[in-house]
Write a protein that binds this ligand. Structure first.
Ligand SMILES: [Zn+2]
Length: 478
């Protein structure tokens, strides 16, 4: 029994993972975890007529389940049973069988939505998920996956309780250079709704900026070209029509540029008038994901809607958190405001924002607000190639602790190279700190070097034979 989980402990910090839960559904009944996990049914591409809004049912909050050893053990048993049922359901079936059941968002870089709220950015990652599920490598919770963990040797061993918690993975958060430069565009394709969406984005951003030392920066000049491939912004905000599959979905910091989008479904503009739910509230929740926060209700203390265990608690459990669905035994009313614990948790990770009086003494997990000095070194490797199934290692980079290490891979050809970065040794298939694993050559790893590391290892593997270029930027040790 993990003692940390028993502690009545708001914000959860996502570990870096390729497969993340970012979508926020309009309706997600709090089904028991023993329910047969059914893959998401494909949703008809036809939108619901505007005159007939999608069925809407928000359950009243019932309050959190007390986090006793017994209730947590029960949830864990239910998760095991769900995982076994999922494996049995797909035993002997092909990936194509599985893929046919998965909803794919329409439009540019549409993600695969597994079980309605797990967003998978690339077909290769979906294949990996399926293979791991069949092999029993991944557990599932209510049919949702438990993602691969990033090998955790980057954590400082034995320095504190927390090191144990982070030992299985790297925290998925913005580095100190990026957190004040979260540049975004709001697509002009919102048309008549553009200014209202922008106002709500700014309001949502302000709530987090007051809590934490982060800055969301709207770049108006990019609104006319606000696509998933626009390199001048960190993320794009666009309309989508998924027929009510979710209100909106976001991303985690670790996601690649093409996957970093906040997509807003038409249903978000047809909210029920008798609820506290607003688009600004939805966006407060979504921007929480973009800072690295998982759903609060994935903590066993919620007693419902458990997703997986890929998180570290930052503060005590908070049934009122902006990241907690009210219908998952939450205590909130869909106004989706930041609570005291949300504000504290955000500051535990990013430092305090412009208006935050919470005590950081309540942080269960805290990161120092480090900045490093030193001049940046750039090195490029042009006209590189790798054969299918082969790997190519680059000379070890000597790096300054806490500095930012960035590798950008690019390629115009049809080949598919995969970029791997690790700080504690040569990367291996399942041991890496960053591995975007996209179906093309355009992959970027931008990481903060751990405080106790001074080396970085870069490797490229040929998923297919490929040519590419690598551009590396880093800070050498003093
Ligand atoms: Zn969410």
């Amino acid at each position: 029994m993990n003692a940390r989980l028993i502690v009545a402990t708001p914000l959860t910090l996502a570990l870096a993972s390729a497969l993340v839960i970012t979508a926020c559904k309009r309706e997600q009944p709090a089904t028991p975890a023993t329910a047969e996990p059914a893959p998401a049914e494909p949703v008809a591409a036809e939108p619901a007529p505007a005159s007939e809004p999608p069925a809407h049912s928000i359950r009243p909050a019932t309050g959190a389940v007390p986090p006793t050893e017994e209730s947590i053990a029960k949830v864990k048993e239910q998760i095991k049973a769900s995982a076994a049922a999922m494996r049995q359901k797909w035993a002997g079936k092909t990936f194509e069988d599985f893929e046919a059941t998965v909803f794919k968002e329409p439009g540019e870089n549409g993600k695969y939505i597994v079980d309605a709220d797990v967003a998978i950015a690339d077909r290769k990652l979906l294949q990996e998920f399926f293979a791991d599920m069949q092999a029993g490598l991944n557990g599932t919770a209510q049919g949702k996956l438990v993602v691969n963990q990033i090998a955790g040797e980057d954590a400082a061993p034995g320095t504190s309780d927390l090191a144990v918690m982070v030992a299985n993975g790297r925290a998925d958060i913005w580095n100190s250079a990026k957190k004040k430069q979260l540049r975004y565009c709001v697509s002009n394709t919102f048309a008549a709704r553009h200014d209202a969406v922008l106002a709500d984005m700014k309001a949502a951003a302000r709530a987090w900026e007051e809590a934490a030392n982060v800055a969301f920066v709207h770049v108006p000049s990019e609104d006319a070209n606000c696509t998933a491939s626009n390199p001048n912004v960190v993320f794009d905000v666009r309309p989508v029509n998924v027929g009510g599959q979710y209100y909106a979905r976001a991303f985690f910091p670790n996601d690649q540029r093409a996957a970093r989008n906040v997509l807003i479904d038409n249903s978000s503009f047809e909210l029920p008038g008798d609820e506290a739910l607003t688009l600004a509230g939805i966006l407060r929740h979504e921007l929480g994901h973009t800072l690295g926060w998982r759903h609060e209700h994935t903590r066993p203390e919620a007693g419902a809607c458990f997703e997986d265990s890929q998180f570290d608690p930052i503060t005590a459990y908070d049934s009122l958190s902006v990241m907690h669905y009210p219908h998952c035994n939450g205590g909130g009313d869909w106004s989706l405001m930041l609570t005291s614990k949300d504000k504290a948790g955000a500051a535990c990770i990013y430092g305090k924002g412009s208006n935050n009086t919470e005590s950081l003494g309540q942080c269960l997990f805290r990161l120092p607000d480090v900045t490093t000095t030193g001049s940046e070194t750039s090195v490029s490797f042009a006209n590189e190639s790798v054969a299918k199934g082969a790997k190519k290692d680059y000379a070890v980079f000597a790096v300054k602790p806490n500095s930012v290490f960035q590798v950008r891979m690019s390629g115009a050809g049809p080949g598919d190279p995969d970029l791997y970065v690790r700080f504690t040794g040569v990367p291996e298939l399942k041991r890496w700190s960053c591995r975007p694993f996209l179906s093309n050559a355009n992959e970027t790893c931008e990481l903060q070097v751990p405080a106790n590391r001074q080396t970085a290892f870069v490797q490229v593997r040929g998923y297919t034979a490929a040519t590419y270029q690598l551009d590396v930027k880093y800070v050498k040790p003093d």
